[in-house]
Design a protein around this ligand. Structure first.
Ligand code: FES
Ligand code: FES
Length: 158
C-alpha cells in the first residue's frame, strides 16, 4: 500500500512499487487526462507535474513519489470552472484530436509559473519535449501566450 497525493487529495494505492504512475492515475484513480503515447518518455502525452515540475508519468515509478505532490490536468480546473491555461487552449481552439493537449497544458502551466511573459521562442523551447502529431503547434503557442495574459491579468486584479 502506497500513499499518493494527487491534485491535493491523498490516495492509498495498492500496486507494486515499480508500477508507472500513469497506470495508477488511469486505472486506479480514474484520472484519464494523462495519456499513454509511447510509454518510453519520448512523446509527452503522459506529462504530469511532480512538485510543480513536468515529468513523464509513463516512466515514473510510484515508489519515488512519497511526500510528492502530483498534479494532473484535472487539477488545473474543472468543466464548470476551467483554469486559465484550459480557458486559453479552448479560446484558441488549440486542439485537433486532443491527445497531446493535457500534457501540453501541464507543461505550459509549469512554464508560466516560473516565467510570466515568455517569448514565442521560449514557449517553443519549453514545450519541445511534448509532441503533437496533428500539427497544432501554432495554436498551442498562441494558447500559451493567451494563458500568460490571463494569469497576469488575474495577478494584477488581486
Ligand atoms: S507516453 Fe510517456 S512520454 Fe510518451
Ligand atoms: S492535437 Fe492531436 S496530437 Fe496534438
Amino acid at each position: 500500500m502506497l500513499a499518493l497525493k494527487v491534485n491535493g487529495a491523498l490516495h492509498q494505492v495498492e500496486a507494486e512499487p515499480d508500477t508507472p504512475l500513469l497506470y495508477v492515475l488511469r486505472n486506479d484513480l480514474a484520472l484519464n487526462g494523462a495519456k499513454y503515447g509511447c510509454g518510453l518518455g519520448q512523446c509527452g502525452a503522459c506529462t504530469v507535474l511532480i512538485e510543480g515540475r513536468p515529468a513523464f508519468s509513463c516512466i515514473t515509478p510510484i515508489s519515488v513519489l512519497a511526500e510528492c505532490e502530483v498534479t494532473t490536468v484535472e487539477g488545473l480546473g474543472s468543466v464548470e470552472a476551467p483554469g486559465p491555461v484550459q480557458r486559453a487552449f479552448m479560446g484558441e481552439q488549440a486542439a485537433q484530436c486532443g491527445f497531446c493537449i493535457p500534457g501540453m497544458m501541464l507543461r505550459a502551466h509549469a512554464l508560466l509559473k516560473q516565467h510570466k511573459q515568455p517569448s514565442d521562442a521560449e514557449i517553443r523551447s519549453y514545450l519541445e519535449s511534448n509532441l503533437c502529431r496533428c500539427g497544432t503547434h501554432m495554436r498551442i503557442v498562441r494558447a500559451v501566450r493567451r494563458a500568460a495574459e490571463l494569469m497576469r491579468a488575474a495577478a494584477g486584479s488581486e
